[in-house]
Design a binder for this molecule. Structure first.
Ligand code: SF4
Ligand code: SF4
Length: 94
């Protein structure tokens, strides 16, 4: 099961996707994030599980594209959050 956090508009789809079957809530992605985008909390799919997993902070959802712009400068695909994840549980749609 995957949970997607973000938004889409005329410029594209800007979501961080967490595979909640793989994520064990270790917090490495949140610690690696320089912009406090991520937290460990119950997912949007928490009706399926009590486990806490990585997710985007509520206040960052609508501004995710700009919040992540620093890491993505120059078209970089090597991001602190996804690089820190030992389980390959996190991906970005843009
Ligand atoms: S791309 Fe950068 S700012 Fe965005 S969630 Fe990952 S580490 Fe945080
Ligand atoms: S680093 Fe990976 S496994 Fe750990 S909380 Fe983040 S997404 Fe989940």
């Amino acid at each position: 099961m995957k949970a997607a956090y973000g938004f889409k508009d005329s410029k594209g789809e800007f979501f961080i996707v967490v595979d909640i079957d793989q994520c064990d809530g270790c917090g490495a992605c949140a610690e690696a994030c320089p912009a406090r985008v991520l937290e460990i909390a119950a997912s949007d799919c928490d009706h399926l599980s009590d486990d806490e997993t990585a997710r985007v902070r509520e206040e960052q959802l609508a501004r995710l594209r700009s919040a992540c712009a620093g890491c993505k400068r120059g078209g970089s695909k090597k991001l602190p959050c996804t690089s820190a994840c030992p389980r390959g549980a996190m991906s970005h749609t843009w």
